[in-house]
Ligand binder design. Structure first.
Ligand code: ATP
Length: 230
């Protein structure tokens, strides 16, 4: 279980995340909904230890998140971080080896996911030759290839056409069904609604509402949520 308690981040005098608290029980998929600048990416970066927090506590399975633990975490950053000069196979091999995977496993998983995401023909192409959407698929494969037990996805569906959104959604659901705990951010209630058990809606670094999707919709009404939080 991931536990975020009273976490705060300031950039100078600006408070980007303001005493934020939420929990993600093991095996759950939590939707993290919020408009531009709500604090989603900043929160993710603090969870992963990429950004120091000013206050609060973050634990995963009761322990602080350390490098040993991040081996079991997958992260799709909003700023995609692929090397344009590498071939897809080289890039994915590199990312998987950072997570300590064995060569034979890496090869098998690369082939499985390229096929699953319908990009096998890109295997020996350089990243820079791929469309943005296909680069996004490669980045997602890089985040899931080691079968993480916690997966943090920063706007995984943005910039994709509807067919590819469905393809990625079904893969994310499959990973969740196999037991991974997942948090993903989005601007759009419909993605969260379809995929998640619970939603946390952020506005200016604070939780506007957190709870079961159906309950949240009943309490606030779909239209208001979109205006206020996403
Ligand atoms: P989006 O949906 O646009 O990606 P977000 O919810 O992910 O938004 P964040 O990227 O976490 O929002 O940003 C929250 C706020 O913190 C924004 O106002 C942003 O400008 C500010 N911010 C983020 N990183 C920094 C930084 N390094 N220095 C100064 N301000 C920052």
């Amino acid at each position: 279980m991931l536990n975020v308690q009273n976490v705060t981040k300031q950039f100078g005098k600006f408070t980007a995340v303001d005493q934020l608290s939420f929990e993600v029980p093991s095996g759950e998929m939590l939707g993290f909904l919020g408009g531009n600048g709500a604090g989603k990416t900043t929160t993710f970066r603090m969870i992963l230890g990429l950004l120091e927090r000013d206050a609060g506590e973050i634990t995963y399975k009761g322990q602080p998140i350390t490098y040993a633990v991040t081996d079991h975490i997958g992260y799709l950053p909003e700023e995609r971080g692929l090397n344009p000069k590498l071939k897809v196979s080289e890039q994915l091999t590199y990312l998987a080896s950072l997570k300590g995977m064995k060569k034979a496993d890496i090869k098998r998983e690369i082939d499985y996911w390229l096929e699953r995401f319908e990009v096998t023909e890109n295997k020996e192409k350089k990243i820079e030759a791929l469309s943005k959407g296909n680069q996004q698929k490669i980045q997602l494969i890089g985040a899931i290839i080691h079968q993480p037990d916690l997966l943090i996805l920063d706007e995984p569906f943005s910039g994709l056409d509807p067919v590819n959104v469905e393809l990625l959604k079904s893969a994310v659901k499959e990973i969740n069904d196999k037991g991974a705990t997942i948090i993903f951010s989005s601007h759009r209630m419909e993605h969260v609604e379809e995929m998640c058990d619970r939603v946390c809606i952020l506005d200016r670094g604070k939780t506007v509402v957190e709870g079961n999707i159906q309950q949240v919709k009943q309490d606030f009404g779909r239209k208001e949520i979109i205006i206020r939080g996403a």
